[in-house]
Design a binder for this molecule. Structure first.
Ligand code: SF4
Length: 503
């Protein structure tokens, strides 16, 4: 959601006449913060410290800080870093261009934090980072009160977007060439709570599925408490809803789930997975797990291991519990010592890696359709492979045999999995035959984007890794001393990258 918000910030700035710095030192730097991550504030103030020096020698440079941490810290940011020009929150992202303008005109810092959403952010212009795949918000905020989570206090109560607006945005994306969308919300399956329709999410999935030309639909994140069978039916009966589900477990201990104020229990959770697999046999199911929540005993943790063993997740985002000031769990007694959390975390990682590997091995020998992507295969150049996501969202690195045509990002290749690793699959050619490539509208859109940004037609040989010239989100690299600066929380990011579990 944070990355998609950055796309909106970029879009709003472009609509106001700003252009990407394209490698030059930028006149405006916007940092979109995420308070869910640990140490977000340290990273923010560290980056702001670096930027202070840049700003001193760059006349007229402006720095803006927005997002969840700004919503939480409000004027603290200007107190700690008075060289910041604009601070804005999660509810008024669209104000960024006017706040920058006002800060320039009045020659003083502008702080604007609203307590509630004024306009649903999807009405803002969006500068999308991908031509083949897009995020579409269906709701923002959350009505739950998980005790470890800062989201409800920073994003507010759930606001549902009108179905017609969602469908119009998906249609517009498809018209622009996208063939994949991910529907976004803090709690997607409670969509409809605002207009009183408990089955609205399943209906929405079916309606989005009817959009001509849309090949892949994903969504994140659902909540086990409100996950009803009509959603499973909609997934199973809508061919372009992908066989993939991200279902956050958080803990396998019912006692800890209660302390977390998560209203399902492990049995219900496992029951959902059984029903999903009964209807969608090849579904890859991923999850989120927190280790070391306050009061977690060894017996509680073993319950988590038991559920993980039974659930057979394809991948998991695993987190060591750490205090988020402002959340109920932050002041709970029995915070678990760091070394205990670390030891449990390592056991969980080892178990999940084994399961991920075993589950990936079951896919070896199967044909898969891979949507070719950019930026997911860090070693692609040296291995002569390209990368993309299978229907179930598994990361696949596939060989481009010598003499074969090269697919473009957004094209779809049909390959057979030849090897499995815990976090990815390999599909190498067994007989050197050329790749089976389906050229798609999304590949054509990538060509057009390349031509627009470079002023030259796309070079097919550049392949999927040839993303040069694309405008990417994130803090531009600024040379400060010898260290390039990187953004604390913005950049292209796969939706479910199992290697993230090591974070
Ligand atoms: S459901 Fe998700 S977003 Fe809502 S409070 Fe719980 S963890 Fe946070």
């Amino acid at each position: 959601m944070n990355v998609h918000d950055s796309e909106r910030l970029s879009g709003s700035l472009e609509a106001a006449g700003y252009v990407p710095a394209d490698g030059a030192e930028p006149d405006v730097v916007v940092i979109n913060t995420c308070a869910v991550r640990e140490n977000a504030d340290n990273k923010l103030y560290g980056n702001l410290g670096h930027l202070a020096g840049v700003k001193r020698r760059h006349a007229g440079m402006q720095i803006a800080v927005g997002g969840c941490l700004a919503q939480k810290d409000k004027n603290v940011i200007l107190e700690k870093a008075p060289w910041v020009d604009v601070v804005f929150g999660t509810h008024n992202m669209g104000s960024l261009p006017s706040l920058l303008e006002r800060a320039r005109h009045n020659d003083e810092a502008q702080l604007e934090i609203l307590d509630a959403l004024e306009v649903f952010p999807s009405t803002l212009p969006t500068k999308r980072d991908s031509t083949y795949s897009g995020w579409v918000s269906i709701s923002v905020g959350c009505n739950n009160t998980c005790t470890f989570c800062i989201v409800p206090s920073l994003r507010g109560k759930e606001k549902d977007r009108r179905p017609g607006d969602i469908l119009a945005e998906v249609q517009a994306l498809v018209d622009d060439g996208a063939i994949e969308v991910t529907l976004l919300g803090q709690n997607v399956n409670s969509y409809g709570v605002e207009f009183g329709d408990r089955q609205a999410f399943g209906k929405l999935l079916r309606a989005v599925g009817g959009i001509d030309g849309l090949e892949r639909i994903r969504f994140t994140s659902p909540h086990p408490a409100a996950f009803t069978d009509d959603v499973i039916d909609a997934m199973a009966e809508t061919p372009n809803v992908m066989p993939q589900l991200h279902m956050p477990l958080q803990s396998g201990s019912d006692r800890i789930l209660k302390a977390m104020r998560r209203s399902y229990r492990s049995e219900r959770f496992l029951g959902i997975l059984d029903r999903v697999r009964a209807k969608i046999p090849n579904a890859a199911i991923s999850t989120d797990i927190i280790v070391g929540f306050p009061g977690e005993t060894e017996a509680d943790f073993e319950e988590t291991l038991r559920v993980v063993e039974q659930a057979r997740f394809a991948s998991a985002f695993t987190f060591q519990y750490s205090v988020r000031p402002g959340t109920p769990a932050a002041t709970m007694a029995d915070q678990v010592p760091k070394e205990v959390v670390q030891e449990r975390y390592e056991r969980l990682i080892a178990l999940q890696e084994r399961i991920s590997w075993e589950e990936n091995q079951r896919v070896v020998g199967r044909p898969v359709e891979v949507l070719v992507s950019t930026g997911e295969g860090k070693k692609d150049a040296e291995t002569h492979r390209l990368s993309g996501r299978a229907e179930d969202s598994r990361l696949v690195h596939f060989e481009v045999p010598e003499g074969s045509a090269v697919p473009r990002p957004g094209d779809v290749v049909s390959v057979t999995v030849t090897q499995a690793a815990p976090f990815h699959l390999i599909a190498d050619s067994v007989d050197g035959s050329p790749l089976v490539i389906r050229r798609t509208r999304a590949g054509d859109a990538w060509d057009r984007a390349q031509a627009d940004s470079c002023g030259v037609p796309a070079d097919a040989d550049a392949g999927a890794s040839g993303a040069a010239g694309r405008v990417s989100l994130g803090l531009p690299s600024l040379r400060i001393g010898r260290e390039p600066l990187v953004s604390p929380g913005v950049g292209t990011m796969p939706i479910y990258d199992p290697s993230d579990s090591q974070r």
